[in-house]
Structures are given as structure tokens and as C-alpha cells.
Design a binder for this molecule. Structure first.
Ligand code: ZN
Length: 328
């Protein structure tokens, strides 16, 4: 697909990850101390962000210098993201241990978390915001940095102990590895492959919804790739399991790093050879075929049942390109 990398989190912002620095403590220390070096803070999976226009929601990442006390406090576990095209060294740190006053836990757990957390040591207006909320407004560079920081820092949060012997492991390689001091095992960050598929039958596309989604929300079917399975087989299996629809040819279209918490979405299309739907109620709540005309109405926000899919998500991107006939 020619437009494949135009998806949100699709990169292209000129980040140089400089992987060679990860095993060079001296070069890393120099990068940290260099003028203009900055740190992106995360807190419970949310990223530090700010508003370019006070009237609107957060729409850009907020950075602090490596000299800021919050940054120096987490120096030992800081993740090296790389250097921007302008040469600034970029790091990321997690401060999930911070407990804000009057925290609304319900808002944090909600499907669309609109809450913002203001740390007392940060300038007013720099707030932790849910990445799904701001992802479509970030520049390609910001989106790649936010996705990388969130995915990697989430992995550290949930992989504190060695999977081989159970000892507490340590951050190495500037945040790109963990090492067990007991049995010397090395652990690498996980990326979980997920297929998401545009299944068509003539002029119609197959849409489904999971239990617990907001009313009217439907999306393309998706599912984790299992060990020993190709992307194509995963597409056919998931579609058949969830809806009973059989799929013939499957073709890869575009991928999207999806840091919720650390997936890689493989956008595919497939041609259905059957049309009858029998849903598996354990997996989905409903599935239906929608034709192009109806999908235009959905995108215009005028459909009586379906709401438009979330901008920034690969489902939205694939559907938009399907409507525009730009999947090739
Ligand atoms: Zn171990």
C-alpha cells in the first residue's frame, strides 16, 4: 500500500534511534548532559503534554530538560529514545509512583479518559493526558516518540522480574533490555502482533463491536496472532471464529505500532467467500456488513447507529482509504 506509513505512529519524523549509544555508558552520559537534551515523562501510561491553544485540549508533547529534578531523579532508569533531526538527545522516564492529590481512579479506568494530572513540580499547563486522546494531533516525530516511550516503559513496569528464575532484573542498554543479575538471562522488550482486517464482500465491509464498547462504536475485526501462525492464517481464523465468515485471499496493507500497551497492528484486507454471520458472543457482541454509501454516512457522523471510528487508529485509516479507493 503506497500510503502505508502515513498512518498515525507510522514514523517518518526523522528520529535517529542511535542504537550504538545504548551500550556505551560514556556516550550516553554525554548525551544526557548535552545542551538541549530533553526528557519525556510518562505516568501510568499517560504522556506529558500541553496545549498550543489554551482553548483546546492537549495537542503536543511537553518536554523537560535533563537538568530538571524530576529527570535527574530517574536518570538511572531513563530510556534513550534517540536524537531528533535537529540533533537533540531525547530520553523518557516513568514516574508512575507519583500519587496525585484527589485522583479520580474512575476516570483513569474509563474508555475515554479525559482527566489530566498536573504534577506540582512541573509548569502549569504541562499535564499527563491519555495518548489515545491526543495521538491524531501529534506530529509524526512526536507520535513515534510517544509510542516508543509508552510501549517500552509499560514493558518495564510489567516485567520487573526475571522470567527464568524470578529474581529482580535490572534495566540495561539504556532501557532497551533487562538483565537478570542472578542467572544472567537477558530479556528483550515484547511487541505483541495483532491482525486487524478489512474484510470485504462486494461493496460491503465487515464491522464488529466488542462488549463494553461505547454505544454505536463498531470497528474492523482484530485479534492476536498465535504462535506458529502466519498473518494470513490469523486473519482467516479470527474472522471465522468471531463471525463464521470464510475468507479467501488475504493481503497485507499497513502496520501500526499500537502502544496500548505494546502491540504491533498488521492491517490486512481479505475477500469473504460467505456472507452469513454467526457471532461468537464470548468474543464480540455484534457484527454486520456495511456498504460504502452507509460508511460515508458513518464518517460524516450522520449514521443512525454507527459512530465514526477513532481518528488515529488503523481501523479508521484503512476504512478511510477503502472509501477513497487508495488501498493499493
Ligand atoms: Zn534470572
Amino acid at each position: 500500500m503506497k500510503r502505508a506509513e502515513q498512518v498515525t505512529f507510522g514514523g517518518g519524523g526523522g528520529l535517529d534511534r542511535k542504537a550504538q549509544l545504548r551500550e556505551d555508558p560514556q556516550a550516553l552520559a554525554q548525551a544526557w548532559a548535552a545542551p538541549g537534551s530533553q526528557v519525556l515523562m510518562t505516568w501510568r501510561g499517560k504522556v506529558l503534554s500541553q496545549r498550543s491553544d489554551p482553548e483546546r485540549g492537549p495537542d503536543e508533547l511537553a518536554w523537560i530538560t535533563t537538568q530538571h529534578p524530576l529527570a535527574t531523579a530517574c536518570r538511572a532508569e531513563a530510556l534513550y529514545l534517540g536524537a531528533s533531526a535537529g540533533g537533540s538527545n531525547l530520553f523518557a522516564c516513568d514516574i508512575s509512583a507519583w500519587q496525585p492529590d484527589a485522583l479520580d481512579e474512575m476516570a483513569l479506568a474509563s474508555f475515554a479518559d479525559l482527566s489530566e494530572q498536573q504534577h506540582p513540580d512541573l509548569p502549569i499547563g504541562m499535564v499527563f493526558a491519555e495518548l489515545r486522546r491526543i495521538m491524531a494531533r501529534l506530529t509524526p516525530l512526536e507520535a513515534e516518540l510517544a509510542a516508543t516511550a509508552k510501549a517500552l516503559l509499560s514493558w518495564h513496569q510489567s516485567h520487573q522480574f526475571c522470567a527464568r528464575c524470578g529474581s529482580k532484573s535490572e534495566v540495561t542498554q539504556a532501557g532497551w533490555q533487562r538483565k537478570c543479575p542472578q542467572c544472567q538471562a537477558m530479556h528483550f522488550p515484547r511487541t505483541d502482533p495483532v491482525v486487524i482486517m478489512l474484510i470485504t464482500h462486494g461493496d460491503e465491509v465487515l464491522m464488529g463491536r466488542s462488549p463494553g464498547w461505547p454505544e454505536g462504536m463498531y470497528s474492523l475485526l482484530a485479534g492476536f496472532v498465535e504462535p506458529g501462525e502466519t498473518l494470513e492464517a490469523a486473519v482467516r481464523r479470527e474472522v471465522f471464529e468471531e463471525t463464521g465468515v470464510s475468507v479467501a485471499e488475504v493481503e497485507y496493507l499497513s502496520s501500526q505500532p499500537w502502544p496500548f500497551p505494546m502491540s504491533l497492528m498488521f492491517g490486512c484486507r481479505g475477500r469473504a467467500t460467505s456472507r452469513d454471520i454467526t457471532i461468537d458472543p464470548k468474543e464480540i457482541e455484534d457484527a454486520l456488513w456495511i456498504n460504502r454509501q452507509e460508511m460515508m454516512t458513518v464518517f460524516a457522523g450522520q449514521h443512525p447507529v454507527l459512530k465514526p471510528s477513532r481518528k488515529g487508529a488503523i481501523a479508521h485509516f484503512l476504512l478511510e482509504n477503502w472509501l477513497a479507493d487508495t488501498l493499493d
